[in-house]
Design a binder for this molecule. Structure first.
Ligand SMILES: NC(=O)c1ccc[n+]([C@@H]2O[C@H](COP(=O)([O-])OP(=O)(O)OC[C@H]3O[C@@H](n4cnc5c(N)ncnc54)[C@H](O)[C@@H]3O)[C@@H](O)[C@H]2O)c1
Length: 363
């Protein structure tokens, strides 16, 4: 029997929203009904690029189009949870861009609303669809590494001042939250998906590139214990010289050592496992290319297709709201250790605005 198309809308027509729209347009079982963005330039871009209806306000979009079934929320991080609650309350399912929210409490409120309204919450955790990650999860689930002893995650990316000037919410504590939310939440998700939750966290944070107009760190070194046994470390920076350098995870188990890496965990760099012969994997999708910076692997299409199959009862979902919430929980636990550093740096918003103005004048 031929299935009906699932009717989507997208809120936020920026870098991520444009990707969502272009993938939705290419998926036969999806129909893009409408887009909402509060910015007039973005609305005009949408009118030129898309044949769907375009709105300045997502609530009035939902009122105009009661046929919308799913809303993809692609707005600044700090708006995700409140917008998700409003869409759920009006009877829509939601797909929330990463991070699901900036606090565990706000994510819990989203899930409570979803339960009450009997609607689904999906989170964009697209790195789970990378062949390297799928392979590594199978290795771990089949206990081929034995007991996990040590895990190391390294994320060394580059973000220049122009990246922050492009979208005013980036760099703000209240709307962005910090690199673990905006750049590296995918890798925190992979950490948890592969080896479980962490505790006993210790962290050191630094601002090694103060010309970036942010209200938080650009670099961090974190140590922790794994709830399932073993210890680990997460090292990250968005101040790497000139370009993204590495996103990797090394897992040392009693029966083997594995490292996946490359710019976005797209290559198996090392595999030495007892009684196991490594077979080459299908190649990963390229990273999302946003012109002047690169993001994570472009697995949006697989993710959206999975969501459609779930809604049509043909599959189970890989990245639910509960999964998004767990990732936010780890970041929140890590960032509790950042508060003292933020106080020490003493960065009032006024300073940030001045840096931004200075930089805007110089480009
Ligand atoms: N999954 C990924 O790999 C990936 C990649 C990039 C960004 N993201 C996430 O997507 C989100 C958006 O990031 P971006 O880089 O596209 O930012 P962006 O600034 O380019 O786009 C955000 C858009 O939201 C609009 N907006 C703001 N407030 C709004 C409101 N109240 N109603 C409607 N529209 C509103 C802005 O006008 C802007 O066009 C962020 O949460 C980010 O973390 C995810």
């Amino acid at each position: 029997m031929k299935k009906e198309k699932v009717r989507f809308a997208v809120v936020g027509y920026g870098f991520a929203g444009k990707r969502h729209c272009s993938h939705l347009l290419s998926i036969p079982r999806a129909e893009l009904i409408a887009v909402a963005d509060c910015d007039i330039t973005r609305q005009n871009e949408a009118r030129i690029a898309l044949s769907c209806s375009v709105h300045s306000d997502y609530i009035s979009m939902l009122e105009h189009h009661p046929e919308i079934e799913v809303v993809n929320i692609c707005t600044p991080n700090g708006l995700h949870t409140e917008q998700a609650i409003k869409c759920l309350s009006r009877g829509c399912h939601v797909v929330i861009e990463k991070p699901m929210g900036l606090t565990v409490e706000s994510c819990q409120r989203v899930m409570q609303c979803a339960i009450k309204m009997k609607r689904h919450v999906f989170c964009v955790l697209q790195n789970r669809y990378s062949p390297t990650v799928i392979w590594l999860r199978e290795i771990i689930e089949n206990h081929l590494l034995g007991k996990i002893q040590f895990v190391e995650i390294n994320c060394f990316w580059n973000r220049e001042p122009t990246y922050y000037l492009q979208s005013p919410w980036r760099g703000q504590l209240e709307m962005d939250g910090g690199p673990l939310f905006t750049q590296f939440s995918h890798f925190i998700d992979i950490l948890r998906w592969l080896v479980g939750d962490v505790y006993n966290i210790h962290g050191i944070f630094a601002r090694v590139k103060p010309e970036n107009p942010t209200e938080f760190e650009d670099t961090g070194a974190i140590n922790f214990q794994l709830k399932n046994g073993g210890i680990g470390s997460l090292n990250y920076s968005i101040a790497t010289y000139r370009q993204n350098f590495e996103s990797s995870i090394t897992i040392i188990g009693e029966k083997g050592t594995v490292k996946i890496g490359g710019q976005y965990m797209n290559e198996v760099l090392h595999c030495d496992i007892q009684d196991y012969a490594f077979e080459p994997l299908p190649s990963c999708n390229k990273p999302n290319d946003y012109g002047f910076y690169q993001g994570s692997a472009d697995n949006f299409r697989q993710m959206l297709e999975n969501i459609i199959l779930c809604l049509q009862g043909e599959n189970c979902y890989i990245s639910s709201g509960w999964e998004g919430l767990q990732g936010v929980n780890i970041i929140q636990k890590i960032y509790q250790h950042r508060a003292e550093f933020l106080r020490r740096w003493n960065l009032p918003p006024k300073v940030r605005k001045e840096i931004t103005r200075h930089l805007a004048a110089s480009i």
